[in-house]
Ligand binder design. Sequence first.
Ligand code: ARG
Ligand code: ZN
Length: 884
Amino acid sequence: MRDAQPSTIYLSDYQVPAYLIDTTELAFELGEDSSLVTSLLHIRRNPAANQLGAALVLHGTELELLSLAIDGRVLTASEWSQSGEQLVIADVPEAFVLRCETRIRPQENTSLEGLYKSSGMFCTQCEAEGFRKITYYLDRPDVMSVFTVEITADAQRYPVLLSNGNLVATETLTDGRHKTVWQDPFPKPAYLFALVAGKLSCVSDSFRTMNGRDVDLKIYVEDKDLDKCDHAMASLKNAMRWDEEVYGREYDLDIFNIVAVDDFNMGAMENKSLNIFNTSCVLAKPETTTDAGFQRVEGVVAHEYFHNWSGNRVTCRDWFQLSLKEGFTVFRDSEFSADMGSPTVKRVEDVTLLRTAQFAEDAGPMAHPIRPDSFIEISNFYTVTVYEKGAEVVRMIHTLLGPDAFRKGSDLYFERHDGQAVTCEDFVLAMEAASGVDLSQFRNWYSQAGTPKLSVSGDYDAEQQSYTLNVSQSCPATPGQSSKAPFHIPLKVALLGEAGQLPLQLLGESANVESADNTEMVLNVTEQTQSFTFTGINELPVPSLLRGFSAPVKLDFDYSREQLLRLMRGDSDGFCRWDASQQLGLAEIKRALADVAAGQNVAPDAAYLAACRDLLSDGSLDGAMVAMMLQLPSEAYLAEIFHPVDVLAIHHAREALRLAIATALQLELLDCYNRCCSDAPYAADAEQIAQRSLKNTALAYLMLLDNESARELATAQFENSENMTDRLAALNALVNSAAPYKAKALQSFYQNWQHEPLVINQWFQVQAMCRLPGSLETVQGLMNHPAFDIRNPNKVRALIGAFCGQNGVNFHREDGAGYRFLGDQVIILNRSNPQIASRLLVPLTKWRKYLPAAQQLMCAELQRILAEPDLSSDVYEVVSKSLQ
Ligand code: ARG
Ligand code: ZN
């Protein structure tokens, strides 16, 4: 909780640490009321600091300090002082051993930061600044230390005691307690420290590295979850192999442990050799887990594993550099997932997240560059901007350099900086040095916030046989940045002629030729306005622009419907085909809005319907692509297009359009549904996932008709499915229909799965996202359900988060009850778990987008939160910035 005014930290104030901690010895005595932590820190003045006589200033929060000693001499109270998070020892030698004893209360720690208890086990989460809740320390990532950790605990309650690195000793004590000692040979910052103690079972496997070393792999879970570890283990081994093959990175210890915990603020954490995971990101089996769940496990397991190099061996100098490890690692994990499954589907999924959540963040009050230059609470900067836009920035470097030079750059980066805490600048420098590509202007992506807009037009000159693309870029103002310098934007293009892609010959030199057949190019857009002329073009082409979504920008080109239909049918770039379908869908939604406003029936365009019909009928197409192209742009995406956003009008027009499509295409939808049904045993592979996704897209459309035959399909699918993907899709369709069976379906689902918390979270979420009127009351009722627990972040996200973030039509009720509900929950969570509170409140911060009446109601809730006493720095920062 904050004292007075939380202060802002600036990147420009960075100073090297005055002291270093070469070795850290920690002893934990874990108890039922409280735990004792004794630390021995081998500290010396930092020769690089040049601050002679500086006091030693350690970080610590919510600690009970029992004793402090330097080189064996106990300090008296006058030799140290405390203020806020700081413990100051004014007078210390050049080099010394500091001994410190603290008492902490993990059982009372509901913030899930530092050492806490989750379902009877002790576990830790130290990133970013949680270690200071364990003991006094230089809790900053540029202080790296070799850790030895001794854990003592009751042997019955906590048979498994784990920390980072290698197990070097175990001991059974006489009083029913036991002890283990762990040593991690790699120096690391405190945020990578981890400890686990509990009654855990494990699944074991092993991996032989490229140099023939065998690594012991273990996944620790509760006994009842032992049957849900296979997918995570397979994903881990795939990730280890992939990192060797694609990046030449080998694992560096003989053991690698993953532990699953129920109560976790985020997805997972890359602690050295002891990754700690949210159960939702590690447990999976077909009966309980959807396809999306399987893919999430694969992606997160890989992400945390990849951090061993991009994050642990080379870490961040300070938290402003967070994207150095997160952007790079997200890029790595998305390339991995693309390789394991369908690259186009993965790309479209990533783009969708970016164009909804990230573009919204970039246009809102919390907009920040991927390398922010100030923050109040660093936990608020684990954002889609730092992660996903950060990954897009790395992807653009990959595009500009090409795969071979990019690999040389990453090799050089790891070689230069192994064992160091470095900056985004160091990453860019290594990429430049290895490739010879000048990234000076490209650096604006690191320092400037906001989503650039690219306006493109095309001029065909039949006489000259040339085609010119006129490109102009702009970027809206964001908080603290009123005007922006032009970005270096890689614009990947092709020109479609009647018989395929045309060979590209560019006048001038400003591109990297990409494809072997010369029909695709990356244009270097660097000026505010710029033209690119292609010669030898003997027909009017349709330009295929921003192929593969080559830059995180909003692209504007005035395509005709015919051109879009051509792109959708025939572009060789999967992203562009899908995007054309979305632009066509957007045009339909705009017409539907006008029709509804004029009191007319919504009638989709015949050519659009014909294209959808072709998609449905062509069994040779990739089902997942078809499913994605058949879906209209989401309400979240539409909220980024319309100004102001009339949530209810958009929702109702979009639903009316969906119903009209379902009505027009019901035969094709049913055919497609039947074609996609299969008895093959479940596998989470690209082909099956595609088939299920198309089948369930068809089911959702058919259920809009809400007739007996559709209800029968959904009911049969709900009752007979053996996998959770199909069962949940059917439940979702039923819940959003008027089918009387839905109450029974919900009830039987609960009965069957009440012992599986992750499944019950899905059950909460389906109800929280129901589009029909009354969802708020349902959610309020479910908060009193015995299976709900506001202390558990997964449950909060499933019920409150899903309702406020993904159920626009109900959250934005005209009476403001949705906003009040969120305000109430944020105020409650502010006390128990500030990180979750501040994340939950994001939908309210977007108030400026909506109609005046909504704006007023949303603002009133923000004001009410701001007036709360004892606001955490997390909530304070988000609320105060969004009211500025
Ligand atoms: N480094 C972790 C990951 O991306 C996330 C940790 C986030 N922790 C936090 N307190 N926000 O894999
Ligand atoms: Zn990460």
